[in-house]
Design a binder for this molecule. Structure first.
Ligand SMILES: [Ca+2]
Ligand SMILES: [Ca+2]
Length: 223
């Protein structure tokens, strides 16, 4: 059982109900600045065994605790591939989210990760990920973890995992694969605590490489 599950197992039922509520008096809608779409329509030609049902509808509002702020802008990024094929690791947190050439970093093949150092530990309420959105594609084995350990050896909370067959060896994930779009993927990190956010992927439906346009991490200071 990871730390994340452990914390929730300890919460009384009344608090769990509060956590489950999408909004409440202490919550506000998370305001996002989204890039413009690079393609229109719903892709139907992508085949993948763990793909979610594609609705083509925009994401609804997402509610976070009052005081939630963007923590990741211009924060340092490291990676399993410190010499990207295209682009720079700084592009992951530079605030630029356009989909075209010149806006993404390209990492090597197979499973790779990027890791953002938030500079201090926070309660994290939302993590937004844009791998690549100028073409409809699905990234494989997407796993997102939070920890206070920069090496992710202890105290690791997994907040997203769509590796349904454990390719990455980090455990079987229950989340679904999804098609990359301009609004990015919003991961509900449910208050998971940590200074570091690590994001894994293992290639995509167009090629074996790994890309990031931007990652945004939103949270509140620990009290
Ligand atoms: Ca960027
Ligand atoms: Ca897999």
């Amino acid at each position: 059982m990871n730390k994340y599950c452990f914390v929730y197992a300890l919460l009384p039922a009344a608090m769990l109900a509060a956590v489950a509520a999408s909004q409440g008096p202490d919550k506000v809608e998370l305001k996002l600045q989204l890039p413009k779409p690079m393609f229109i329509g719903t892709p139907t030609n992508i085949k993948s065994p763990n793909l979610e049902v594609i609705t083509g509808k925009p994401r609804g509002p997402f509610y976070v605790p009052v005081g939630t702020k963007l923590l990741s802008l211009n924060r340092p990024v490291k990676s399993s591939d410190m010499q990207p094929v295209i682009g720079e690791l700084t592009m992951v947190t530079d605030g630029e989210k356009e989909g075209g050439d010149g806006y993404f970093v390209e990492l090597g093949p197979s499973e790779q990760w990027v890791q953002i150092d938030l500079g201090a530990s926070y309660a994290l309420h939302a993590i937004l990920v844009w791998h690549y959105h100028s073409q409809a594609r699905v990234y494989r084995d997407v796993i997102v973890q939070v920890s206070d350990d920069k090496d992710f050896l202890k105290g690791v909370a997994t907040v997203f995992n769509n590796d349904h067959d454990n390719t990455a060896g980090l455990g079987i994930g229950k989340d679904k694969e999804y098609v990359e779009v301009a609004e990015g993927r919003l991961i509900d990190s449910r208050g998971a605590r940590g200074r570091y956010v690590r994001l894994y992927s293992g290639g995509n439906t167009s090629n074996d490489l790994n890309h990031y346009v931007e990652v945004e991490v939103y949270g509140t200071p620990l009290t």
